[in-house]
Design a protein around this ligand. Structure first.
Ligand code: G4P
Length: 285
């Protein structure tokens, strides 16, 4: 399977982000907890150099809790502050404020020493498409927050959301483009739906997902689809299509359509809480 890349969008997004990062004290990078390696764009570390950094392992409701904890430690060991969140349900979102404060402690103390008290921390959200940036902003900012509008000294047109007297959030998140350093990253991003569907072979995605889940989460696939134990993804897909009578007009099995449903089941968490990576893999990526 080959994945395409759009350098034009990337260049523009990167330039915009470079400008925005200059305005903030802390960068909140959202990762997808199901693929915390593939959903990370390594460029952000360079772009956000010198800024405080918080990593948010989002969609943790869909990921394997045990592996999420391992990733939390893994990124903490690399010097980041880390929170596990479920932006959709709101779980873990409240704790983010506390973590941002911890990440910015030095800045707060520096400000205080200079007599600058009550100067709000400025933050921005970054992440690859579909990782949950807008959902997180809505959940984090809540309904009660006010937009501050344009302010002197701030690039015209920038909108800040004032969360409380301590924190202002740039209302437009920075879009990082996923980096396809190898086919596995591309495959993982395809599995979570972060790259254009048209470019993908759904059958291959479904087959690989079925095999991965069967190996790492025994029982999930057989339970969901009422199948016999089997380790061959192609055979599993065929069996599922037969069970569901998923057929084309002529009566032939519609494997493509069935594959789409399997991928949707995975994305919707109906195959259980599944993480596709483990921290140790980093060296192999
Ligand atoms: P983006 O700004 O980074 O592009 O992502 P966005 O917030 O639009 O979220 C992309 C999808 O991910 C949305 O689903 C959103 O509901 C879902 N999502 C975001 N955070 C979480 C989370 O923590 N857990 C779960 N389970 N889902 C999350 P959608 O299908 O596109 O929209 P909707 O039908 O949910 O509204």
């Amino acid at each position: 399977m080959h994945y395409q890349w759009y350098p034009g969008h990337m260049t523009k997004a990167r330039r915009q982000m470079q400008e925005d990062i200059k305005l903030v004290d802390v960068v909140l990078e959202l990762l997808d907890a199901r693929v915390p390696l593939a959903s990370k764009n390594p460029d952000i570390d360079e772009l956000a150099k010198g800024k405080a950094k918080v990593i948010l392992l989002n969609k943790s409701d869909l990921a394997d809790d045990k592996i999420t904890v391992r990733f939390q430690k893994f990124y903490e060991q690399q010097g980041a502050f880390v929170c596990c969140v479920n932006s959709k349900g709101g779980m873990g979102v409240k704790k983010v404020m506390e973590t941002v404060r911890d990440a910015c402690r030095e800045k707060i103390e520096r400000d205080r020493a200079r007599g600058m008290i009550n100067r709000p921390i400025r933050a921005m959200i970054v992440g690859i498409p579909n990782v949950g940036k807008s959902t997180f902003i809505n959940s984090f900012a809540g309904k009660a927050c006010a937009k501050t509008g344009n302010r002197p000294g701030v690039t015209k047109g920038k909108q800040w959301i004032r969360l409380n007297k301590e924190l202002e959030l740039l209302d437009t998140p920075g879009i990082l483009w996923p980096k396809f350093e190898n086919q596995r990253i591309g495959l993982h991003l395809a599995m979570i739906g972060s790259i254009n569907e048209d470019l993908l072979d759904q059958n291959e995605l479904a087959i690989q997902l079925l095999e991965y889940i069967t190996t790492n989460y025994p029982g999930s696939v057989t339970e969901r689809y009422q199948l016999e134990e089997c380790s061959d993804g192609e055979e599993m897909l065929r069996q599922i299509a037969e069970k569901r009578a998923c057929k084309k007009k002529g009566g032939e099995l519609d494997l493509e359509k069935m594959a789409g449903s399997v991928v949707d089941d995975f994305r919707g968490g109906r195959l259980g809480k599944v993480t596709l990576e483990v921290p140790e893999e980093e060296s192999g990526l």
